[in-house]
Design a protein around this ligand. Sequence first.
Ligand code: NAD
Length: 481
Amino acid sequence: MAKRLQNYIGGSWVDSTASETYTVRNPASGKALAETPLGGHDDVDRAVSAAREAFPAWRLTPAVERARYLFEFKHLLEANFEELSRIVSQENGKTMPEARGSVRRGIECVEVAAGAPSLLMGQALEDVAAGIDCEAVRQPLGVFAAIAPFNFPAMVPLWFYPFAVACGNTFVCKPSEQVPLSQMRMFELMHDVKLPDGVLNLVHGGKDCVQSLVEHPDVRGISFVGSSPVAEYVYREAAARGKRVQALGGAKNFMLIMPDAARDQTLDQIMSSAYGCAGERCLAGSVILTVGEAHDWVRKGLTDRIAKLKLGAGVDADTGMGPVISAAHKKKVLGYIEKGIEEGAELVTDGRTPDAPAGGFFVGATLFDKVKPDMTIAQEEIFGPVLCLIPTKDLDTAIDVATRHPLANATSIFTQSGKSAREFKYRIHASMTGVNIGVAAPMSFFSFGGAKGSFFGDLKGHGRDAFDFYTDKKVVISRWF
Ligand code: NAD
């Protein structure tokens, strides 16, 4: 039996009280890598108590000293960059370039959070009335928690805990039970940084663990990333208990291709957006709205490129696309392909029986044409390498199809016309928007999060929003006699 993972609580590795486990598998081979304990109330209570006890002293620690721990952490992340990327590839299936990209994006969050002494500064104004001065300072709130999805195991937790602890809060991180291994390694590195005990804790679990975090009275706020139904549940239940919540949900991302787009570059961008990370990105383009004559060259260009895409284990250098996360997820993605055929879309490339290593959870790059906006494959998040083409007659119709969808995470337009791009940027709902960019991912110094059914809350992930989310702004008005 694979190794059972421990929690990290109060500065020590401790056994979970859970009786059940989830088997973590390498999606490229199906081989068991570890057993994640599915902890619940007792583990969460222990972690939250450790964080609560650590809070007063951590709050008193000057921001500049708190930031120094992050500089040290960043140094260790760099020193172990290749190992971390390899773990991500093994637990999640990403190719090594994708895994490296995700670890890099995570490290960039640590870099921005280390700017806390400047970014935490408040505001002040003398003489708001005669002899009266006013200042606004940011204060940490207490214990925060993050709940992460399977698709970016190293990066997504780093959207949150570096910022929260830099602000003076203490923290409980719950990785996805499907991909806990890169966070385990990061917490070992954090242990070497000698962050005071209890400032940062890790608990393993699934649904029960999430429910316990949402219900725990000492958790002041929650950062969640995952599917929209769970995001909405976390938002609703945590907010009803007076907690701050930022809950980033699912996606159905539209890419609009104008006839004047730069062809080769556009096709390369579509390929990496739709099939990169096996389509398991919240920013993956999953519906292409071709405008007018763009349709023919897009369809042909994609078909040619798909034929050259090599499936394999992410750690192999010549792999173009890795597997999806699990056997269950593969089944779900195949179900959507069946549904697309059943509802009358034209299956241009069929990924159901790909040429791929045995034992892994592989789905080949799949392309549907003649998709109608109301078909299931154009409505629901598939989260796999399945791309839909919807031909439209003009920009107006294409924007209309995209904005009618209830999810609005990311979107892109491909065009050489400033006028079309401006029209698109102005009217589109998704709040991560690209112009000639396939994956419109905001970097760590900007905020990250979608709109409509893709995001629940108001302050988004990382960037300046993080400093607002993890602090209270206290205004002090003073008069001296
Ligand atoms: P998920 O919703 O199944 O799981 C996310 C987290 O919630 C996990 O930690 C899991 O343990 C927990 N969870 C799962 N079911 C639960 C339940 N019923 N009650 C309480 N907790 C539960 O998501 P996933 O499959 O791990 O990740 C993929 C999803 O995440 C996709 O929908 C993707 O679009 C989304 N995502 C969004 C963003 C974004 O920035 N908006 C980023 C990454 C992923």
